[in-house]
Structure formats: C-alpha cells, structure tokens
Ligand binder design. Sequence first.
Ligand code: FES
Length: 361
Amino acid sequence: MSTPQWHRLGVVAELKKQSLQALQVGAVPIALSYGDGRFGAILGTCIHEGGPLGEGTLEHDCIVCPWHGQMFNRLTGAAAEEGSAAVARFQLKEEGGDLFIDLEPVTPSQPAVKPAHPLTRAIERAPGPLRVVGLSTTAMNRQHPRFSTSEHLLDVALAHAREACGAETRLIKLNDLSFRHCEGYYSKGADTCTWPCTITQQDPADELLAVYEALVFWGDVILVGTPIRWGAPGSLYFKMIERMNCIQNQITIANRVLIRNKVAGFIITGGQDNIQAVAGMMLTFFGELGFQFPQFPFIAHSRGWTAEDMEENVKQVRVSAELREGACALTARCLAMADGLLRAEQPVTSTERGGRKAHPI
Ligand code: FES
C-alpha cells in the first residue's frame, strides 16, 4: 500500500456546516458528506452517466445522484441497488483543525454489471421488404373505443402498404400503451438525457420501448396519425414526442444520428381547422430527429371552424373515396422515397437485400 499523499480540503469546523458538498481536488471531483459526527468522501462522479454526486441530496446515509436518482452509501461508496457496484471511496484525516484527503482510493469505482439494454445495440437494417409503422396518437376510452377518423385513414394507409406495395406493416396505438411522461432530465443538463431513454432503462414496465424499436430500428416509413385538439396535435402525440428528445439529443451530445434513411408522413384530422399549423409542428419535430419527407408529406381533413356536428364529420370520413385515395397515395410516396434512400445507401442486388424489390407505386 502506498504512503498516503494528503491534500488539504479545508477547515473542519467550516466543512461540517454542509451535510453534502462538491469539492474538486486537482482533477478529482469529491462528494464530501458529514453526518452523525463523521465525514465521508467518495468520488463525485456517478458510475451511471457521470452525474455530479456532490450536488445530489442525502437520504439517511446515502447520496442520491441528482441526475437519475441512483443511491450510494456516503461512507463506503457502495451502490444501494446494484450488487457490487460502487463509486470510489477515499481516506480522510483531521489534523490541526483541518481536513485532509488521500486521493488513492481505498476501494475503487466498480461499474454495475448488468446486461446491455437492447436499445444500445447497433442500428442496422435487417434484410427484408420495406416496412411501414403506423403510429396512432388518438386518445380514447379503452373499454368503449370510438371511431377515430385519423386512425381509420391510418388503417387504410397500412392496408395499401401491405396489399398494393408488398410492404410489412406494424400499427402502434399509443392509447394501448402504458408509458410515463418525460420527466425532464434534459432540463438538468444535456448529458442527463440518455439513449436509451432513462425511463426506459430504469422501468421495464414502461411500454414506449415498442415505439423506440419501431422508429429507430424496424421501420423505413413512419406514418403518424393525429387528431387536431384545440389547434394542435393530440395530447398523446406530445407525450410521445417529449420522450423522443433522447433521440435528437444524441446528435447534440454524441454527434450520433439514430434516424437514417427513414421517411415520415402525417395524417391529420379534426372537426375544426388549424391543419397547417399542426403539420408544421410535426414536420419540424420529425425533421429534427432526422426523418425525411416526400413531396406533399401529409394529408388532412377538417370541416372548418363552424362545423360542430361531429357525427357528420365521422360519416364523411368513413365514406370519403377522396380521403382513402389520399391515404394510399401518401403511403406510396413515402415508400417510393424510402426505397430510393435505401438504394442510394446500398447499391446492392435484391438478393443481397433479402429479396426486396422496388415496390409498385
Ligand atoms: S448519472 Fe447518476 S444516476 Fe444517472
């Protein structure tokens, strides 16, 4: 064991005034705590994503990381829930009224040993036909569902993708998923918003995983259906896209674009108007994620500001040949663009692509 190299931290009487504080000794961040007559010093960098432990909070003898809430014993550095995981712990001594630290850890940092989350795998397109994800963001009573105009047109679009274009399809209704609201980790700092989403990593019951899988890994085309609610997309749409900040944030913090060669199109319906504003919001957001758009990237329907007879609206959409044609044409435009993007990326034979051919438009 090497001879301790003591570094002065400060006056004991002063340091005792704070139960937890962040100190810096050279390049080493320290989380210094005081309670029940004892100082504790552990590394100030969380083993999870590097959160500043000295800026956390104390719960009994545990320091709670301010980023995602993992807990570490303030005296030993041991993680509360991660088996043998720990942050490094340091030796302290009091002398002449001052507190000193030896930066040679008594016990080293030990990352948690657990299987990698499935979303951390490399993003590679599996061979096969073009794939269309339909994402319905309309909210309704699960026991007593109603007719949704946007979902109806999404169904039409997916049927066309399968039956006329030979694509594989997957419909996700956000209303059927149980998922948490974004908890605003990004607001603490850009690095705090992680990929995979912190909630997805920590909460196996959160079902937004299905959306991440479909958008980032599986789909070539994403068709998003939304109602218009008070001039904006529906609330489930916003609940979902706030959770997608983690996709965009990878560009900011890691120069990593998760969405490549993917196309988005939108189906927007509402009893009253504001279609262009809704489309503008959706185009902006999905553009920021990295999606590309075909010519005429959305279809929409609204009967205007004065139309309060919503049952007529539903009837109209049910029977409208024009809207059906519009949904099919949007699908075809999106698929044509996705096909072109993939061909430009990988100039290989159809055999190498698992038999995928240009789809009939
Ligand atoms: S960085 Fe500490 S809990 Fe995530």
